[in-house]
Design a protein around this ligand. Structure first.
Ligand SMILES: [Zn+2]
Length: 361
């Protein structure tokens, strides 16, 4: 298996909030072009790479979403501050006092979400949470005209977290933004590389990098319609529960203990036979597998599962700390194990196996 770090680093650093996935799509296209038999995009912008004959079966669909959480310029105040619309599920407190890039037609513009200084606050005010309607971005403009004309900022411009990749703990762990879901995108690309390099198996595999997941699984809906999958495997960032203040009842995965399999989230239940198939394959390969039963969370597998007449689907994840913030943490070993696991699941998927998974008699 090639070193996963360079691709993870490039994907994490790339700018791609929901609806503005272009730079990520360019990386995915570059990586998958030599590995796939055909590549297309659907009308919403998801990239669909096919490995195997167009009319082949089973049709296995892998999904990973390209978009990350961001903001969008709503308006510029007379004083030159930027007011914004959040894109995706932000905790308001995670927006405050961070660095951001406004992606303008003239290039990226750095800014900071300012925080009112404690020096002027009454003891009571210090206990208050920051509310999203009061938040703003300071781009250093003299006034509105300066922000528009010199810096090139316009309403509708995307704003993305400014947070660079770095290895942590000597390279066992990776710190960076947008692991949700660039880690899934990296796993999907490397699975295609493994399939192309070895025996790809009898299935036709579609690697689909979706758009606009964070605002309602929108890209998965249209791309699943296009692909017509017999079976779906969504690749996501999981929810690690291994840091202070989070309990095992909230999330059960731990970093460095293998890929995770979701048993429940608020958007989807896995197909039970496919769930057991994944557990069996992990056992055969001696890959540790973790489970997660979450109360919240939504993911693209839900759209695949409900496409057309329905498809057996699972969500396989790389455990991730601090989702939906400027900086998350993942473990290299979990990424590598997820790639091995998913490649083997795809390799073993033939017509008979699929028929058994889809049998509800
Ligand atoms: Zn996600």
């Amino acid at each position: 298996m090639p070193d996963v770090q360079p691709l993870l680093e490039e994907l994490s650093n790339a700018y791609g909030p929901s609806g503005f996935e272009g730079p990520v799509r360019a990386i995915v296209r570059r990586e998958l072009t030599p590995l796939a038999d055909a590549i297309e995009t659907d009308g919403l912008g998801s990239l669909i790479a096919r490995l195997g004959p167009a009319d082949g079966h089973p049709r296995v669909m892998l999904t990973a979403h390209m978009d990350e959480l961001g903001l969008m310029v709503r308006r510029i105040t007379d004083e030159g501050y930027v007011k914004f619309q959040p894109l995706g599920g932000w905790l308001d407190q995670a927006i405050v006092n961070q660095r951001w890039m406004v992606l303008t037609h003239a290039g990226p513009v750095l800014g900071v979400t300012g925080i009112k200084t404690v020096h002027v606050m009454t003891p009571k005010a210090r206990e208050k949470l920051f509310e999203r309607d009061d938040l703003f971005l300071d781009v250093g403009a003299h006034d509105k005209r300066d922000a528009e004309e010199r810096l090139g900022i316009r309403p509708g411009d995307a704003i993305v977290p400014d947070s660079r990749f770095a290895p942590l703990a000597g390279g066992e762990l990776y710190l960076g933004k947008a692991w949700d879901d660039r880690v899934g995108v990296a796993v999907m690309i490397e699975v295609m590389r493994e399939l192309r390099a070895g025996a790809p198996g009898p299935a036709t595999t579609f690697a689909v990098a979706t758009v606009q997941e964070e605002i309602g699984l929108r890209g998965a809906e249209t791309s699943a319609y296009a692909v017509e999958p017999d079976l779906g495997i969504n690749l996501e960032s999981g929810v690690a529960g291994d840091y202070p203040g989070i309990t095992p009842d909230e999330a059960q995965e731990r970093l460095g203990h293998g890929p995770g399999l979701f048993l429940h989230d608020s958007s989807m239940l896995p197909n039970l036979l496919l769930r057991d198939f994944v557990i069996d394959v992990a056992g055969d390969l001696d890959i540790p597998l973790q489970f997660n039963v979450l109360t919240g969370y939504g993911q693209d597998g839900a759209a695949m599962q409900r496409s057309r007449r329905g498809a057996p689907t699972v969500n396989i994840v790389v455990p991730t700390r601090y989702l939906h913030s400027h900086t998350g943490v993942i473990a290299r070993s979990d990424v590598e194990q997820a790639i091995r696991l998913v490649a083997e699941i795809v390799r073993r998927m033939d017509e008979g196996t699929l028929a058994a998974l889809r049998d509800f008699s």
